[in-house]
Design a protein. Structure first.
Length: 284
């Protein structure tokens, strides 16, 4: 117990010195940027100075540049960083919004100070909300996909509060199968269930030989699919199949007028019902 308290005191001292050093760094970067000293040092920009000259990562460099430039208009920003009431996620959210708003108007020093005062000590999600409300930023509903070096795809999307609540409710309902709140695991589980449900052949239909599916010639299939790319029943474009309106077993032909596009599930359901209808007509 005594050892833990001793280590805690040391760690707190290091954190205080770290914050103080960060404040000093931001102040000196602000001064260097003001005189464009990076040019004298042989760098084309502050970003290049930090990444190539000081070996910061791209993200770390940009966060420090944002803080240094914001500190020019917000005198107590460095003090807040040293006190720990302001963090880089606050600086990043405010700076990104300022760049966005600056395309249409100038953002005053007073506005920047007011916004920093509003977001300090707030969590990242709340900070973004405060910034969006402060500048009355447009709500963006779009999906962005970024392919990464391992071929995985990073997806960024915007959900309304209503849709988010539905997703969270659905996650709660299947928490027995997907115990974590990880959205990727949830999407994988739901996708597998839907694919299985929509592609499996009904049990009775698999056992039946009353109706045999007839393959449509590829040339005819392409013609039908070009004219009608979506399922005529549900509008789906998944698993498109060329179907006989009047089945071959009932005397239908391969004439284009007797053909239509159905998705796999609708096609199977149609033949399942035809099989049932045929069975009803047979003498018992």
């Amino acid at each position: 117990m005594h050892k833990a308290k001793e280590l805690d005191q040391k760690i707190r001292g290091i954190v205080a010195r770290e914050r103080e050093a960060l404040g000093e760094l931001i102040t000196e970067l602000k001064n260097l940027d003001a005189i464009r000293g990076y040019l004298t040092l042989g760098f084309n920009s502050m970003f290049e100075y930090l990444t190539k000259g000081l070996s910061y990562s791209n993200g770390a460099a940009q966060r420090r540049i944002d803080a240094a430039r914001l500190a020019k208009d917000v005198p107590d920003l460095v003090e807040k960083l040293e006190a720990g009431t302001l963090d880089f996620h606050h600086v990043t959210a405010v700076s990104k919004a300022i760049r966005q708003v600056r395309k249409s108007r100038r953002v005053s020093s007073e506005e920047k100070s007011q916004l920093i005062a509003k977001v300090q000590s707030e969590a990242e999600a709340k900070t973004k909300q405060i910034v969006a409300e402060f500048f009355d930023l447009d709500v963006v509903y779009e999906t962005k996909k970024t392919v990464q070096k391992d071929s995985s795809v990073r997806v960024e999307l915007t959900l309304s509060q209503e849709l988010l609540q539905k997703v969270e409710q659905a996650q709660a309902l299947i928490s027995h199968a997907v115990p974590t709140k990880d959205l990727t695991s949830f999407l994988e589980y739901v996708s597998e269930r839907i694919i299985k449900q929509k592609t499996q052949v009904p049990r009775d239909y698999k056992k039946s030989t009353a109706i045999v599916a007839v393959k449509v010639p590829e040339r005819v299939h392409r013609t039908v699919r070009n004219e009608s790319p979506a399922c005529v029943n549900c509008g789906s474009t998944w698993f498109p199949q060329t179907d006989h309106r009047k089945s071959k077993w009932a005397g239908g032909s391969d004439d284009p007028g007797n053909l239509q596009t159905l998705c796999g599930p609708c096609n199977r359901a149609k033949y399942f019902h035809e099989k049932q209808s045929e069975a009803d007509l047979l003498p018992s």
